[in-house]
Design a protein around this ligand. Sequence first.
Ligand code: ASP
Length: 730
Amino acid sequence: MRNRVCQRVCSILSSIFAVLVVLGVDGKSACGDEGMFPVSEIGRLNLQARGLELDPKEIFNAEKPCLIDAICRVNGCTGSFISSHGLIITNHHCAYGAIQKLSTRENDYLANGFLASSRAEELSAPGYTVRITESFEDVSEKVLSVVEPGMSFLERTKAIQKQQRTLEQAAEEQNPGRRAEVAEMFVGERYVLFLYVNIKDVRLVFAPPSSIGNFGGEVDNWEWPRHTGDFSFLRAYVAPDGSPADYSPDNVPFQPKRFLPVNPRGTEENDFVMLLGYPGRTARHNTASFLKFEQDIRLPYLVETYQREIARLEQAGAEDRAIALKLASRIKSMANVEKRSRGQLRGLQQLRFVERRAAEETELQAFINADPQRREKFGDLFAEINAVYAEMTDHAELEFGLRQLGTGSPILGLANFIVDAAHERQKPSLERERGFGDNVFAQTRERFELQQRDFHPPSDRSALEATLIQLSKVEASKLPVALANAVKSSESIQQFLDHLYQSNEILAASILNKTLEMTPGELTNVDEPFIQFAIALYPTLLELRERDKDREGRLSRYYGDLFNVKREFAAADSSRVLVPDANATLRLTVGRVEGYSPADAIYKAPFTTVAGLLAKNTGLDPFDAPPQIAQLHAARDFGNYLKANLNDVPVAMLYSTDSTGGNSGSPVINARGELVGVNFDRTFDATINDFAWDHAYSRSIGVDIRYVLWITGKVYGATALIEELGFERP
Ligand code: ASP
């Protein structure tokens, strides 16, 4: 296997190298730099000049176990193995969905925390999977071989997607038990097939109470200074023969090829640090027209809609803890996105990003126009891209409303899924939409089944009502008839909602099981108002999907061109830096532990302390840390975790890496390859780095390992865990 990996890596290395030459990765920088680098590039980054004490081959080596074998993807987050028995450390907010699903009014693990006193007590984390990158291969030629000159943009997108599925299926057949995914590394031109070990039995080992793991809540989210103990421990299990398997009490802890040693002494200011992880999405190369769409249309819509929804959901759970528990994960993830969007809006406006990017484009256009050949090839590039965002702007009210129908109302979302599945499953597996192929359908289905457990019809209804009111402002002729009729007047909206929510058993599990086996024709006979509404919506949602694919095809083609011309431009001016966007594949970023100055005369130092936490502690949610923290602190019972120059246990730290959503849970690793913290956030000023990274304001936030160990070992007495990490009792 490793030899094959090596060959694959060599081919990707040479192809990506052409881009990295213009990335300016010369290793001279003393501080953090922009760049979430594919691990194949590690050898080229001159990391030792930046402070790495290891041989970079220790981080990534196609031939033998290396640090990347210790990194895993935990649903949409990152985690790392920190023992030979499959123990994973990640964020509390990454394990939140599992903690929430496992919590009841009687056993409220969100409020009280959870600690398994033995392996047998570790709890299966519903819906959780852990993936480890096993190998990767550049498949650009194979993917693009299906694109033909006369194809429309829609046909192009469909052909590429089908080819991606074909390659994934072939790879999974050749590698039983593995999950394959083709990722687009550079829009429209570079595709890489990743093979993952996909572990399905994941268990909760230790989660502190939310009053530690989510200390500060949304008030402190995306802020610095920060005092959140955002960590928890999971464990990966496999069948006794080592193969990934569904949950079974007979399963055994997974043995990773490598785990990260934990350094309980943590870091100092100015230390080199790096993150390995799965950053989700960035849009660093997008045009001013994209940024304007974000600034004027999408982000304001999102902030307004989510604020409204969060308020409703919070109110729904205010009197009843069981309801609050059902809704907790949705509220948390919406609140996270809402606040991030506000940060991005503020950054876009204050830093005048649209204007700045437009000015860059004027320069680039001049460069294009200066050469007749270039002009011939790229002359209309910006006009073509701008036309896509103009079209999206024109359709935004309708399209956002249609999408929000099923997102705001998870019940309608499930009905849409049932109808979609009935249609998709008529097609050959390779031609289906993502998530419906035979190899992944069971997992998609499980996701919806888990969501179903959290249905709460009253809040679902009020969310749907808000969306219907919004859609009543759209010209009726643009809506499907059933929807247009429903939104005719405020009375018709209420009547329609009464009709939808009449049953006490809306889309119960029995209906789900039955309807998921049906054809579209059979579904029309099902006497269930949500399913009938979803059937009526289906043609419009399908149109929307096709329109998205057409746009994707246009953007993929023209952003590919833009990237190429930028590359030429960068080659002509060595001060210009191009960095590949994140796409949820394994990346490395490096930086230093350092503070920053967000505004005139303000400096934010890089460590917070338990004393700082106690100063914030009002005793009221979300600043209500458990009393043991104050007691141990008063007794100065710091175990081995005192940071001398702070005369305290450090809680969180700040560093200048290049990170985004998906890097949550990434290990913060020191120059010797040891774990010294767990990344969980960025500052409010740094939310904008999804569009443009800058050392002046881009700071990531991690929980300090000393606080993790102090809470785990001292405050909760989880000595078995501390010993599993190779330390004596604290
Ligand atoms: N806390 C963030 C998130 O969950 C992580 C980040 O974006 O830096 O999305």
